[in-house]
Design a protein. Structure first.
Length: 215
């Protein structure tokens, strides 16, 4: 539960954002979401941040409308006096029009999208709104850079004696605590568990991305 937290909606990885990619099924390749649709195992619900907060409180049920009401119904059943909508196993649109992560290690992809994809997978299970702890950063892929609370932000914990340390110091990975923590293993490493060695390719990506940022 340290990682599979309420803030992360409990399940990691099994999300449209991460699974919207081509997969080799042995003999053929296809988009995973399209395959799930074909198998009839999808349920089309929009788990917005508001819904995740509100569905935990049954007393708030009567205040919900639209997609938030649908999310509540999926967990608890219909609200009093509500007719239950017919479930659907269809995607809301084609996979190419849905958000997706990119391969962080594919240099042909946009550098910022690569870095944000890496941060989403490795860090955003904790570093989201109401994610616990006292860090304020939000590292989900869809969070705009100016709202991630990392650029030119002073660390509230250790600075590792870095000169003029920032969480992310634009143009200067050697002053960036985010890069330092990703490269560490042991005390103060990030992610804090369970890896025993750093993702060197991922660290190199973060360094390249930070170098590309402008004040």
């Amino acid at each position: 539960m340290v990682c599979h937290s309420r803030a992360a909606n409990f399940v990691l990885g099994l999300s449209a954002l991460q699974m919207n990619k081509s997969h080799d099924y042995g003999g053929c390749s296809d988009n995973q979401l399209r395959v799930f649709e074909h198998l009839g195992i999808l349920k089309d619900l929009d788990w917005s941040a508001q819904a995740r907060e509100q569905i935990a409180d049954r007393s708030a049920a009567r205040k919900l409308t639209g997609k938030e009401a649908a999310a509540y119904t999926a967990l608890h059943g219909p609200q009093p006096g509500q007719r239950q909508a017919k479930p659907t196993t269809l995607l809301p649109t084609t996979p190419d029009k849905l958000p997706r992560l990119v391969d962080p290690y594919d240099a042909r992809e946009d550098l910022t999208k690569r870095a944000k994809s890496w941060l989403h997978v490795n860090c955003a299970s904790c570093h989201v709104e109401a994610g616990g702890g006292n860090a304020q950063m939000e590292l989900e892929f869809n969070t705009a850079l100016e709202k991630m609370r990392i650029v030119n932000v002073k660390p509230i914990h250790t600075t590792f004696a870095l000169p003029d340390a920032k969480l992310v110091a634009p143009g200067s990975p050697d002053r960036s605590v985010l890069v330092k923590r990703a490269a560490l293993r042991g005390k103060d490493q990030m992610p804090p568990l369970p890896s025993s060695r750093p993702d060197n390719a991922g660290v190199a990506l973060l360094r390249e991305w930070v170098k590309s940022l402008k004040d």
